[in-house]
Design a protein around this ligand. Structure first.
Ligand SMILES: [Zn+2]
Length: 380
């Protein structure tokens, strides 16, 4: 009697392979006599291995691998052979490290904890903003298209302002429109806005607009808020995981999820970041944030540089170009709310962003900015 099917034809789909493996394992489990024989276990393990081998990068691979681990561990309970246990742990670790987006990642972590007592943690990635290294590595052509994303809109009002009737969605739209005009005029490049009126857009739709149009830079504009009305200042974010509680809070608010959910998001972030231009974004964000601080300080009192920070923002995930999110100021602060709604302040603020963009362009590609200005003169 055959307990575990073998010789599955290659015409079988991977799903068929998995179902066959499951059926065979079920049969084995229902037969205590057969469970005593190592061979029967190995045949079942082989079936699940086939699911994995069919396409190790496919969606069924982590399931096949996870089940392989489960069977090795079950086998260990009969064989008392430490090698079987070690094989199980090794397999679970494989799932945990190589399939960050799979639901089997969490299950594997649980299994490892129950078998060895070990708790696996994601190693935080450190991306130093090494400008010299970046210059040697990246040759960035001139910036031709900037996508500006005014946060929120429509039914999503964003953070409420200190002043009655002032909402984040309106402030960031006004700032974005001014910024778009200044970028077109001063940088001579195309600008697309994710929304140019009061309409609702999902966070994914915003990044998609930038990707579809092959933007060179993506800038999301927001205003910050805090229950403490005294909080003020400007901060710029790049996409990355963080341990900073305040940054997590900002990401939770902008993502419209809880801080716990942001922590979960961080677990899967590593894999989603493969295409993220961390170094370029760091350089872009650093220049913009610094420029805002330097320029605004010259014209206004009480300007606070909260610095370049990192946090997992949904709106930046999946963007294939350098991308930043600017928290222009605290709409919850009386002074900054008043400033943010003033078109004069908005104009000066956008000028300072443009200055930061020019510095960034010069750093990544020293000739591109000069070329652009010369071209414009000729065109005009
Ligand atoms: Zn916002």
């Amino acid at each position: 009697m055959i307990f575990c099917f073998s010789g599955i034809s290659s015409a079988d789909t991977v799903k068929d392979k998995y179902l066959t493996a499951d059926a065979a394992y079920k049969k084995l489990r229902n037969n205590p006599k057969k469970m005593k024989y190592r061979d029967n276990w190995l045949k079942c393990i082989k079936n699940y291995r086939k699911v994995f081998n069919h396409d190790p990068s496919g969606e069924w691979a982590p399931a096949g691998l996870y089940k392989t681990g489960i069977l090795y561990y079950e086998l260990y309970k009969h064989s008392y052979n430490k090698k079987d246990k070690n094989e199980a742990v090794k397999t679970f670790k494989h799932v945990w490290s190589d399939y960050p987006r799979s639901g089997y990642k969490k299950k594997s972590k649980k299994m490892i904890r129950s078998i060895t007592g070990e708790t696996l943690y994601e190693k935080p990635k450190v991306y130093p903003a090494n400008k010299t290294a970046l210059k040697n590595k990246t040759i960035l052509p001139g910036i031709k298209l900037v996508v500006i994303d005014p946060g929120h809109g429509g039914k999503d009002y964003g953070a409420p302002g200190y002043i009655k009737g002032v909402h984040e969605k309106n402030i960031v739209l006004a700032i974005s429109k001014t910024l778009a005009k200044k970028i077109r005029d001063k940088l001579n490049c195309r600008v697309i806005m994710t929304r140019s009126k009061d309409e609702y857009l999902s966070l994914e739709e915003r990044t998609e607009i930038a990707n579809k149009n092959k933007a060179d830079i993506f800038i999301s504009i927001h205003t910050n808020a805090n229950t403490d009305k005294r909080a003020y200042g400007t901060e710029t974010y790049i996409l990355n995981s963080t341990n900073d509680k305040n940054s997590l809070k900002v990401a939770a608010r902008e993502n419209a999820i809880s801080t716990e959910q942001v922590s979960d998001l961080q677990l899967i972030l590593t894999d989603l970041m493969i295409n993220a231009k961390i170094n370029e974004s760091t350089l872009l964000g650093g220049n913009v944030q610094e420029s805002i601080h330097v320029s605004m300080k010259k014209k206004y009192s009480k300007i606070k540089n909260k610095g370049l920070k990192q946090a997992p923002f949904y709106v930046l995930i999946g963007a294939k170009m350098p991308c930043i999110l600017i928290e222009t100021g605290f709409i919850s602060n009386p002074r900054e709310c008043k400033r943010l709604k003033s078109s004069k302040y908005q104009g000066i603020f956008c000028d300072s962003i443009v200055k930061g963009l020019i510095k960034y362009m010069k750093e990544v590609s020293p000739t591109s900015y000069t070329d652009r200005v010369t071209n414009k003169a000729v065109d005009g």
